[in-house]
Design a protein around this ligand. Sequence first.
Ligand SMILES: [Zn+2]
Length: 376
Amino acid sequence: MPSAFSFDLQKTDGTARTGVIHTARGDIRTPAFMPVGTAATVKAMLPESVAATGADILLGNTYHLMLRPTAERIDRLGGLHRFMNWSKPILTDSGGFQVMSLAGLRKLTEEGVTFKSHIDGSKHALTPERSMEIQKLLGSDIVMCFDECPALPADRDRIAESMRLSMRWAARSREAFGDRPGHALFGIQQGGLEQDFRAESAEALREIGFDGYAVGGLAVGEGQEAMFGCLDFAPGMLPEDKPRYLMGVGKPDDIVGAVKRGIDMMDCVLPSRSGRTGQVFTRHGVVNIKNARHADDPRPLDENCSCPACRSYSRAYLHHVFRSQEMISGMLLTWHNLQYYQDLMAGMRAAIAEGRFAAWEVEFHAGRAQGDIEPL
Ligand SMILES: [Zn+2]
């Protein structure tokens, strides 16, 4: 039998936390950053390279995988871990967020959502029950409740209505998920930026009972200041002894601010997507490798980074292969960006464990103010 899912909260420093999530497929050190493997691959990376950056867990997208190659096919081929050659934990989203963003191509009812595929226009339905079934077929270690959320800003009535529907869907997700030892189900708090709705949502989720809790409905257009304002109260409403996951965040300073406010897990396409567009994250800020000023620069991107792009190549070479649209450009820059994110998480974990997160944060911001920052 697979061992049970559990969270070992080891140390808090202010509201920042560090610990370990134990799963049947291995431990996840928190705070954790999850690279996104949308279509059963972290683009431009071999799975062993992703693991080499220090990632303990990947995120897979239900919406993309259900359409192509389909969850049933992945199940027949032995599940998502085997299919994509990743043996560590996988978290899958519910498909809800991506379906909701198909404006004009979807229809929302109490039952669920019907939508047209962005690939071939074919009709599909997602309900809490179907989302649980798909995530089970994929073999996901951490399954997310099926929910929906409005883009912000939205009026209070719309936010309340949407949050209450998501809470009814959370109960249906819990029921459909059933009892699956070794697999976890996370509930998702909604309620926009409204403190009373966040509290109502947290209460509804606690009553149902989950293995972990996500703060959903943020990073949807509200801006960093508003997001941090919400994170000043939202995570504290969730059970302290369970992991807290902020979905779809974010830029390095978003991540630091979220960890500071008690978040344990995050995911974002930014490091991998930016790697393919020549935008590089470093301790001194963002470097845009396509700028001509790198053409003769023999220095590495970051002399303190252990990734292959920094160890073996100059900025001049990385500039050249980017400008020449060579595939190695996306490979090297993605590796570097994922390494940067994992090093960032490791730095925060060590600082929290040693009770010096505040000093670490000052250093983080000071490093970025030093220069090398280029406009996005
Ligand atoms: Zn590097």
